[in-house]
Design a protein around this ligand. Structure first.
Ligand code: ADQ
Length: 465
């Protein structure tokens, strides 16, 4: 008889649902983003619990789309001051820039690390209360790097995994963190540690080797001997829910929306940018590259339009508010300089678009310009390719996105080199259908291999071993 599957406990800072007022009534709304799209179906299929921060306002018998949610939700409630230190002070102001190799952006605030530890401890208690010894515990991302060791101290034999959704920097940058060893010791409580690329995994092994005493790191087998335990490190690139995206992107309502977008831009060819508003995403550099194209080629002003869609993010953090101001000014400046009657060069949205509208933009775009200065993977690049079912379209991709390791069919750019980006953009726009087709064909095969369900199932199977 087949052994029953172990129950799965997913732990992440943000959870899959939150209460929101819709049409005057408070209702549970599914959170956007790749993580929820990846792990919600897995939990639905095998049952389990999702532990995340929240106000405790989700009803016990949560109903989604008319049916009872087949897994549990546990919410960790943090005090306002702990939440601030943990989320703003450490996660956003320190860990995010360091992990993206932007050490100069770090703002160090001493006591915030205590809040980070307190928040991780609160998660630990919630996980212990809602799980049992035999469960698989899968901790997500940089908000919860102390949690694996906290759990290990209580559950010696548990199967604990941790996945890093963002890059892992070189040891020379990681060591800028004052509590670097505490973080690494925290992670070494896990059995299985996953990264998007081989480069991040090797950087992590190097950090452990350089900064943690009394461990043995085997770089080629990607294992760490830590006391009596062995920690395995794996390369597990995340993907997108391919079938779901393709089904929705093919919907006749999405096709109608594609036509509407094309009319709205006067049938100019579309260069698309889609990002969470973040200084790692290279949005300003991208705008400069487009400006260079407009400046160098008069005809470009009538032929092309850039559509930039940004979802607001971390809006109460100063670095993000400042970036928003700079982007607004840059867009205004370019539009002021190069607009002519009925033709605005940059169409700019600052809001979350629902998937049908987002996918219509992917379908309508001749070129997707994905230019992060540094990015763990970048799902936008994969979503663009997933929506190009008719073939054609060009993906211009930063060499500093994890996705660049897997998408050979993209045109590569260095986002710090604005001239290189402008030249590559021009080349992308000049590509004939015959040149685009084989590249997109190759990209589609590459994105197919990165299906998100395969990512989740593969990781869980390794954690179960
Ligand atoms: P993010 O930094 O959030 O994720 P990304 O991978 O690009 O970056 O995912 C963004 C998601 O938000 C995409 O699914 C995209 O469709 C959506 N999105 C962006 N703008 C939107 C808008 N205006 N309206 C609606 N949706 C929008 C982190 C890491 C990444 C890593 C993922 C997954 O930083 O490197 O790929 O986790 O591991």
């Amino acid at each position: 008889m087949a052994r029953a599957k172990r129950r799965l406990v997913v732990v992440s800072n943000r959870g899959p649902f939150r209460m929101q007022i819709v049409g005057g009534r408070k209702r549970p709304v599914r959170a956007a983003g790749g993580l929820v799209a990846a792990l919600d179906p897995v939990l639905r299929a095998r049952g389990g619990v999702w532990v995340s921060t929240g106000d405790g306002d989700l009803p016990k018998d949560l109903r989604i789309d008319g049916a009872r949610l087949p897994y549990e939700i546990a919410q960790v409630k943090l005090t306002r001051s702990v939440a601030e230190g943990y989320y703003e002070g450490v996660s956003n102001a320190m860990l995010w820039p360091i992990m993206h190799s932007m050490a100069a952006t770090v703002r160090m605030t001493g006591p915030a690390f205590e809040d980070y530890a307190t928040a991780n401890r609160a998660f630990c208690e919630a996980v212990l209360a809602s799980s049992k010894d035999s469960d698989l515990i899968w901790v997500q991302d940089f908000h919860l790097m102390l949690l694996p060791a906290m759990l290990r101290a209580e559950r010696r034999r548990a199967h604990i995994g941790w996945f890093c959704h963002i890059p892992w920097p070189g040891s020379d940058i990681f060591r800028v963190l004052p509590w670097r060893e505490a973080i690494l010791q925290g992670l070494l409580g896990a059995d299985l540690i996953g990264f998007h690329t081989e480069g991040y995994a090797q950087n992590f092994l190097r950090c452990v080797n350089d900064l943690v005493p009394a461990v043995h790191v085997d770089f080629s087998r990607m294992q760490i001997r830590h006391g009596r335990r062995t920690v395995r490190v794996v390369v597990a690139p995340i993907g997108v829910p391919l079938d779901a995206i393709q089904t929705l992107a093919a919907d006749p309502r999405v096709s109608a929306e594609v036509e509407r977008i094309q009319q709205w831009v006067n049938n100019r060819r579309i260069i698309l940018g889609v990002d969470r508003l973040d200084y790692t995403k290279g949005i300003e550099q991208r705008l400069l590259a487009f400006e260079q194209l407009l400046r160098s080629d008069r005809a470009a002003r009538n032929r092309y339009v850039m559509v930039q869609i940004m979802v607001p993010s971390r809006t109460d953090v100063k670095a993000y508010a400042d970036l928003k101001t700079r982007i607004d000014q840059r867009v205004g400046d370019i539009n002021g300089r190069y607009a002519s009657a009925g033709r605005i060069p940059i169409q700019y949205f600052y809001r979350n678009l629902p998937p049908p509208q987002l996918y219509a933009h992917y379908r309508a775009a001749d070129v997707a310009l994905v230019t992060p200065l540094r990015d763990g993977m970048n799902l936008v690049a994969l979503e663009y390719v997933a929506c190009r079912m008719q073939g054609g379209g060009v993906l211009v991709l930063s060499e500093f996105a994890g996705a660049a390791e897997y998408l050979e069919g993209a045109l590569r750019v260095n986002p710090y080199d604005v001239h290189d980006m402008a030249t590559t953009l021009k080349a992308a726009l000049a590509m004939t259908a015959d040149e685009q087709e084989p590249r997109m064909h190759r990209l589609r095969a590459e994105v197919h291999k990165l299906d998100v369900h395969r990512w989740a199932d593969g990781y869980i199977a390794q954690l179960e071993r």
